[in-house]
Ligand binder design. Structure first.
Ligand SMILES: Nc1ccn([C@@H]2O[C@H](COP(=O)(O)OP(=O)(O)OP(=O)(O)O)[C@@H](O)[C@H]2O)c(=O)n1
Ligand SMILES: C[C@](O)(CO)[C@H](O)COP(=O)(O)O
Length: 238
């Protein structure tokens, strides 16, 4: 019987280049509401009493992080990889010996500045007892089209969700799932989120309804939308 109380850690992959944003530098350092995007994500975890510590994965030569990271509660891991998955894998590997096998890891995109303590608590209280883990997500409410070589069709939206982050899994399970995804014949670039690696093991994580404010800032037009969400009071949780 494991008598240790559960521990929750945040891991923020922040080693991307923001190609789709096409800004002058990596998008995670763009100011959103006067504060770098990455710092919004960090602060959500710092303000949460449930998170024991936060780790941020950046590229080895990142010149910006030292002016953004706070002086407490956060450790920078300069081990970013060529893909989001690699950055997460490298970050988890760097925490071997620090994290216990059954510690919960909440992986959250630096590109999602709208996360807040309420959503973190909702994910943890909804998932903490789940045998696999879970993630914030939004049910699809629009009709879904797929266009391939000019052929357009409609995909049933029954049971369809849009994955957000954090995605939370036990440290050992997540490391094993990502390692299996790397070893599999499947193109690892298909592993665009942490949950898909776990699902490839035949496991089903819990989907916990997130919020549109927790959007991923990807394209130039997303910056203003994210600022509008951040400018509003904390919304009632869905
Ligand atoms: N090699 C990479 C690629 C992405 N990320 C992180 O993964 C998150 C989600 O990725 P995405 O929104 O795609 O960011 P970028 O990869 O920077 O964007 P783009 O695909 O437009 O280049 C971001 O916080 C990004 O910093 C990472 O840590 N390491
Ligand atoms: C992890 C993620 O945010 C879930 O929707 C998404 O897969 C990240 O995709 P990206 O292309 O790395 O932004």
């Amino acid at each position: 019987m494991n008598s240790q109380a559960p521990r929750y850690f945040a891991l923020i992959p922040a080693a991307g280049v923001g190609a789709r944003m096409a800004a002058s530098g990596p998008k995670q350092y763009l100011k959103i509401g006067g504060k770098p995007m990455l710092r919004h994500a960090i602060d959500a975890f710092l303000f949460s009493e449930l998170i024991a510590h936060t780790y941020v994965v950046v590229s080895a030569d990142d010149p910006f992080i030292d002016s953004v990271v706070p002086s407490h509660g956060v450790t920078v891991l300069r081990c970013g990889g060529a893909t989001r998955m690699e950055s997460v894998q490298n970050g988890l590997a760097a925490l071997a010996g620090t994290l216990r096998e059954n510690d919960w890891v909440l992986v959250h995109d630096a590109a999602r500045p709208g996360l807040d303590e309420a959503l973190i608590e909702k994910l943890i209280t909804s998932t903490g007892e789940h045998p696999v883990g879970g993630l914030l997500a939004l049910p699809v409410v629009d009709t879904v089209k797929r266009s391939i070589a000019g052929e357009v069709g409609t995909v049933s939206r029954e049971g369809m969700w849009l994955a957000q982050t954090p995605q939370m899994f036990r440290y050992r399970l997540l490391r094993d799932a990502l390692a299996a995804a790397t070893d599999s014949a499947r193109d690892p670039r298909q592993v665009t989120d942490d949950a898909s690696a776990v699902e490839a093991l035949g496991l089903s994580p819990k989907l916990v309804e997130g919020h549109p404010r927790n959007m991923k800032v990807t394209m130039p037009g997303d910056v203003r939308l994210a600022e509008m969400y951040l400018a509003t009071a904390q919304p009632e949780l869905l």
